[in-house]
Design a binder for this molecule. Structure first.
Ligand SMILES: C[S@@+](CC[C@H](N)C(=O)[O-])C[C@H]1O[C@@H](n2cnc3c(N)ncnc32)[C@H](O)[C@@H]1O
Length: 234
């Protein structure tokens, strides 16, 4: 029986990714606003993928990263809590005749997991859907499904350490998003800060350590931070 205090990760926070129309919009935005080949390159390099490697993607959305990684490894297990996202991801894979991906409903905390320990785990722009208390549980569960020395590539919106005035920081962030990507994304950033659970870099980094990961690389681009981590033995 499920413990009554466990967070319900299917409850949508911020944007509702169970809404079919919103999911189609997200898919269109992927093509317009993101450089998917570059994201695939970064993740593949961070995970040191080989042609036989297995990868678990958590929060796969419409499946673009999984589709890119599937061309460079043996098999991708891709999970998401949104049935609408999984449905669209499966359709995208079928249209492109990609067969080495298993798309299943599941999240950081519950649901489908790969059948055996994987070489690499990857998650982009998803961990912030969980409150901090549950991020550590999520990272520990991810670590348990990795082989010893398996790698995690984690990319998300993370707030930097050592900022004296976070109101000023957020105002600057929103202005930068507005000038780089327009009003719509700027308003989404406002809602993200207000309603979603992006956390501070020092909090996330300590959680990664407590979950048994060594951080081997950290890259902050304009709006996101990417961590490459190795699961420590023992
Ligand atoms: C902002 S989208 C990112 C999707 C994709 N990773 C990308 O980079 O475009 C967040 C995704 O995380 C999913 N999600 C939310 N909470 C989750 C959880 N606890 N576990 C797994 N996926 C989750 C949502 O359904 C949504 O597809």
């Amino acid at each position: 029986m499920r413990n009554l205090w466990v967070y319900d990760e299917r409850r949508q926070v911020g944007t509702d990714y169970t809404d079919e129309a919103r999911v189609r919009e997200y898919d269109a935005g992927m093509q317009r606003l993101r450089n998917v080949p570059q994201e695939v390159d970064r993740a593949a390099q961070a995970l040191s993928l080989s042609s036989v490697a297995t990868v678990w993607e958590i929060g796969c959305g419409t499946g673009e990263l999984a589709l890119g990684l599937a061309a460079r490894c043996g098999h991708v297990y891709a999970t998401d809590v949104s049935p609408a996202m999984i449905g669209l991801a499966r359709r995208n894979a079928a249209e492109r005749s990609v067969e080495n991906i298993t798309f299943e409903e599941g999240g950081f905390l519950s649901g489908y997991t790969p059948p055996g320990p994987v070489h690499g785990a990857v998650s982009q722009l998803t961990l912030h859907h969980l409150p901090d208390l549950w991020k550590l549980t999520a990272l520990r569960r991810t670590a348990r499904h990795l082989r010893p020395n398996g790698r995690l590539f984690l990319r998300d919106i993370v707030y930097p350490s050592g900022v004296p005035d976070y109101d000023a920081y957020f105002a600057g962030l929103i202005a930068a998003v507005r000038s780089a990507a327009g009003d719509e994304l700027a308003e989404e950033t406002v809602a993200h800060i207000r309603e979603e659970y992006s956390t501070f870099a020092w909090v996330l980094e300590e959680m990664l350590k407590q979950a048994g990961f060594g951080i081997v690389d950290r890259v902050t681009d304009r709006f996101t931070t990417s961590y490459t981590c190795i699961r420590q033995e023992g």
